[in-house]
Structures are given as C-alpha cells and as structure tokens.
Design a protein around this ligand. Structure first.
Ligand SMILES: [Zn+2]
Length: 433
C-alpha cells in the first residue's frame, strides 16, 4: 500500500505526580497501528539538557516515524493530539507540545537544534520560528514548552552513540501501588545479560534499579545495547502484576552526549562539561556530607562537588590532593551567592601527585627517631647526644590509597544521559546476542 512518512514528536506530558511521555508515545503508536499505520523505525526517547531549570521529571521527549495512508494524515495527527490531551497530566507545570513533520529524514538545521537542546538552552520562540521555517507543524497545550523537546526528538538522528530501553507499563488499576517485580529474577537477568544490559542493580547496595519510584505508568525499564538482548532480559524478569504493554525505544541515554569538552573560562551555568585540570585544593567536607574540591587549568579555577547521595564515590574524591591531574565530568548549576560548582558525575584520574611526609632522621647509634631542636636548628638524639643537621631529614612517600582510572557515581545518583563505565565493557561490535 502507498504510504507517506509522518514523524510525530511529543514532550512535557508528565509531572512529579505521574504520567510519562514514553507511555503517551506508546499508546499513540498502538492507536495508529490499529488504524493501519506502520511504525518505520524504533521510536526515539531523547533525554534533554539535565540542567535545564524548567525540565520535567526525567526531561525526556519522544518521537516516532510512521508510514501513513495518504488520505489518513489528518486523522493520524488528530489521534496523536487527542492521546496527548487525554493522557498528559492536568497541571500548570505540565505544558505539552507536539510536532509533526512529513519527512523521513530530519533536515540538517533540525539535527543541529536537537543537539543544542541536549547540551544547551533553547527558548520556545526560537523553536517555533525554526519549525515555521522548516514547515513543521507544532501544537501547544497551555504554555506549550514541550514543543522544544518534541522538535528535538524528531530531529535527533541517534547516529553517534545510542542505546535502547525496553519499557514495560502497568495496567491503570495498579498505578500508584507498590510495584510487584521479583528482585531475584532481576538479579538473575542481570547476571545473564550484563554488560549488554546496564544499570539493573546498584553494584554497592544490590538495590533493584529497573523500577522507578514515582506513581507513573512504568513498571520497569531495562537498558541495553540491542533490542535482542532487551527482549531476552524482559523474558527473564518475573512480575506479580499484569503488564499492559511493552515498548522498545532507541535512545541517547547512557551516552554522555550532554558533556561538552571545555576550558574552565568557557564554563557557563546550566550546561554539562568535561574539564581537564589539576586539583588545586585539599578536598573539604561541608554540611550534609558533601565533598568540595577545586580544580584549575590554564584559564581559571572551578569548584567541583561530590554530593552525599553519591556515597562511595565521595571516598575517591576525598583522597585527591593538590597536583593530581584529572578530567572531571558533570553539570554546572547556578546558585546565587555560591561560586560556579560542577556536580561531579564521573572523574578520571590521569596522574597522581606524590604524597610525601618529612620525617626526622634516625639516630646512627640507637636507630630511634631524633628530636628536632627547633626550626632550622637540626636534630638531636636525647639518649646518645648524637646531632644531625637540618638537611638530614628524610622525605618519605606515602601510599595514596587510590589509583589512576575512572570513577563514577552509583546508578541511584546518575543522570539518564551519563554513560556508565560498565558500557565501556559492552563494545558495540559484540552486540550479537
Ligand atoms: Zn641515639
């Protein structure tokens, strides 16, 4: 049958009280399939700039491409809009936006826009004028901020690095109740499919990470390198409640796409960076158990913070000393009255400075440590009356207790966009499952 391509993008349908844009997308897709439309590719789940102050809960937008009978285009659009209207949270802070593009391949300008929405700040006016120029139809609900993410989701090509997420949704009567997912089955699934699946469990606490803690329709989401491994993993998870539907999304989650390599002088708030530099201060612990350390490069100095929920990661940061060479990764938030602070997501220790201690010389007769006679006055052994000049002191190197390598915050504190170190084990070329 002759069909025309139609791309739909949806964003900002959820609130902390519920809903999830992926669910709105999954329901719309099913309704279009019933009408006779074919899904032409995996729907996309695009995570947007995590530092954006107006962000929704997970700041994710969804887009999908369908092949649609030419005489049904307006009906298809109507179904998508009705689905958003019906399912989106009715809340002043939820401002859904929908976009439609009647092309298979996003134009270059839309691709560039999509990357900017992941790494930078874009306003609604700019988004709308670009959509007008490119002939993309947009629909706003309330303030309609979701138009920005809806356009970004259509435009994102997911051609560099990408992952997949399989989402299983709950039936309406169970939403808001405790999720019934068998933890032992998740542990077994992790054992059999990791590292091609990731973030199933917290490696330190064993806590199950595939179930959210919000009243949204998601029962669980499994993240991985390929649709095949996710289908296998899904079969291994046992639940004590029915699953309404399952949808696999192709996504920029777990790719570090939000990070921009920069010098400290180039850093501005509300964006995320990778910065290479040298530790410039001793780490200090502030109220709440957060660890703060300064790093510098040739252009300036910036504070870096490891927050309390990052737990074990803080112990690595606490052991840094001035002179250590590192690459820090994380988002920079704006807080009035505080210096610019990068919230550490990951740290790569390139080179450790020597940690030394100056020690008094040993007495050549009795072998005991000699006593200092005061600054610049040399040493004496009280027992044997042996003397030594100030230069006799020895410099001893201490063990550092940490090693060169990469360290990351645990999954519970990790951003959706952050690339887990575990993914570096799951090389794309071994995705044949
Ligand atoms: Zn002595």
């Amino acid at each position: 049958m002759n069909t025309v391509p139609l791309y739909a993008g949806i964003d900002d349908t959820d609130s902390p009280r519920g809903m999830c844009t992926t669910y709105v997308g999954a329901v719309a897709i099913q309704r279009l399939q019933r009408l006779g439309c074919a899904l032409l590719d995996f729907p996309k789940l695009i995570r947007l700039n995590p530092c954006w102050p107006q962000k929704t809960r997970g700041n994710c937008a969804v887009a999908f491409l369908v092949g649609c009978p030419p005489d049904q285009v307006s009906e298809v659009k109507e179904i998508v809009l009705k689905t958003v209207e019906e399912l989106a949270e009715k809340d002043d802070r939820t401002n859904p936006g929908v976009a439609f593009m009647s092309k298979k391949t996003p134009p270059e300008e839309l691709v560039t826009f999509a990357y900017r929405v992941v790494k930078d700040i874009v306003d609604l006016k700019e988004a709308e004028s670009m959509a007008n120029k490119l002939g993309i139809e947009t629909h706003k609900f309330r303030a309609g901020n979701g138009v920005i993410g809806a356009l970004a989701a259509i435009g994102h090509p997911l051609t560099n690095d990408f992952t997949y997420e399989l989402v299983a949704y709950r039936t309406p009567e169970n939403r808001g109740k405790p999720r019934k997912v068998d933890p032992d089955s998740v542990k077994r699934m992790d054992k059999l499919t990791s590292p091609l699946t990731f973030d199933n469990l917290d490696p330190w606490t064993g806590e199950i990470r595939i179930t959210p803690h919000t009243p949204c329709p998601v029962l669980y989401g499994i993240r991985g390198e390929s649709p095949a491994v996710l289908k296998k993993a899904h079969q291994l998870v046992k639940t004590g409640e029915p699953i309404e539907r399952v949808q696999i999304f192709k996504t920029n989650q777990g790719t570090d796409e939000h990070l921009v390599s920069a010098k400290i002088a180039e850093v501005s708030p509300l964006r995320s960076y990778s910065i290479e530099g040298e530790i410039a201060s001793k780490p200090r612990i502030i109220a709440g158990g957060h660890v703060i350390v300064e790093i510098r490069d040739s252009t300036g100095t910036i504070h870096c913070a490891a927050y309390e929920p990052t737990r074990i990661f803080r112990t690595v940061v606490k052991q840094l000393i001035p002179g250590d060479r590192v690459i820090v990764h994380g988002g920079v938030k704006q807080k009035p009255s505080l210096p610019l602070t990068l919230n550490l997501e990951k740290i790569e220790i390139l080179e450790l400075a020597k940690k030394t201690v100056k020690r008094n010389p040993k007495c050549p007769k009795c072998g005991k440590r000699m006593k200092s006679e005061g600054r610049g006055k040399g040493y004496v052994c009280k027992k044997c009356k042996e003397r030594a000049p100030p230069t006799a002191a020895t410099i001893e190197e201490l063990s550092r207790g940490i090693r060169v390598g990469k360290f990351e915050v645990p999954p519970r504190a990790r951003r959706h966009l952050a690339k887990p170190l575990q993914r570096e084990l799951a090389v794309k070329s071994i995705i044949e499952f």
